[in-house]
Design a protein around this ligand. Structure first.
Ligand code: ZN
Length: 302
């Protein structure tokens, strides 16, 4: 769910990525092609709305893939309501943990896709499910590639990758119906689980990438915003624009509410949002790499 408060538009710049290392820690190179393949693989299942066969197959794929890399993978079931159809289902957040360190960082994205292309220019498409190449698959693709890197390159911090289910089935004028998986995760967080911070990735695959600072992130976790945008600048990734953009209702809000400082890295200026045109050709390996490499640099710092 995404609330537009105001719109800024700029032309995007393209610049190469430098891979750095800091404090003697080797920072692995994010593989753009590998990440894009993960995006394609999810889209090959078709639209992945809750209750569909493609949704079930995708869940199995994500669990199998994460199990190759993580120390522990678990499913967190939760009750879900589709308020449009009144259908009730059990959905699953997927939680993959790396390392036993007390100091932990949470990385998140949503893996379900929207059941309705209600922003499609053609009203006949408004009840059809979207492929969600950018809105869904892009964030998950980057986190799967990061999972692969975490296996081969030990990280000084403990990492928890959480793939939320049931994010995008809210009706357009009902913001409270979105983020059902993230709300369940936050509400059921144990007292002792307190990651230092969280980063949510959503809609970061757009080949025309411009990532402004999301407003709730700036308000509630300004220190994390500063760190991430600073690292992007240091790496020479001008797609991270250090100016305020939209205020977006997304999966980071339930985490903020329970005291986890979490930012949302999102490029909300995407003309294919919630349309049937949100397909892989609108996304690029380069965009996944830019976001991926910034996140890798953040999590490999001591
Ligand atoms: Zn969406």
């Amino acid at each position: 769910m995404h609330n537009r408060s105001f719109i800024i538009s700029v032309s995007s710049l393209v610049i190469g990525i430098l891979v750095s290392s800091c404090s003697g820690q080797t920072v692995p190179q994010f593989d753009a092609r590998q990440a894009y393949n993960y995006l394609l693989k999810q889209c090959e299942f078709g639209p992945r709305p809750p209750g569909s066969t493609a949704h079930q197959k995708t869940r199995q794929f994500l669990v199998d893939e994460l199990s190759k890399f993580a120390d522990k993978v678990r499913l967190q079931p939760f009750p879900f309501t589709n308020y449009q159809t009144k259908q009730q289902l059990i959905l699953h957040n997927i939680i993959a943990s790396f390392g036993k360190q007390k100091k932990r960082i949470l990385l998140a994205a949503h893996w379900d896709t929207r059941p309705w292309a209600d922003m499609d220019p053609d009203p006949q498409n408004h009840n059809k499910p979207i492929i969600g190449a950018n809105d869904g698959a892009s964030g998950v693709a980057v986190l799967l590639e990061i999972a692969r890197l975490l296996k081969s390159h030990p990280c000084p911090n403990g990492i928890d990758i959480v793939l939320f289910d049931g994010e995008d089935s809210g009706r357009a004028d009902h913001p409270e119906e979105f983020s059902q998986g993230a709300k369940y995760f936050a509400k059921n967080k144990t007292f002792s689980y307190n990651p230092k911070f969280g980063i949510l990735l959503d809609m970061i695959g757009d080949s025309d990438l411009q990532i402004y600072i999301e407003q709730y992130s700036q308000h509630y976790a300004p220190h994390i915003v500063k760190q991430v945008w600073g690292i992007a600048e240091g790496l020479g990734v001008p797609e991270f624009i250090p100016e305020l953009g939209h205020a977006v209702i997304d999966d980071h809000l339930p985490l903020l509410e329970v005291g986890i400082p979490c930012i949302d890295i999102i490029d909300f200026d995407y003309p294919y949002w919630h349309t049937l045109e949100d397909t892989p050709d609108k996304c690029s390996p380069e965009s996944l790499e830019k976001v991926g490499q910034v996140v890798v640099e953040v999590i490999y710092r001591r």
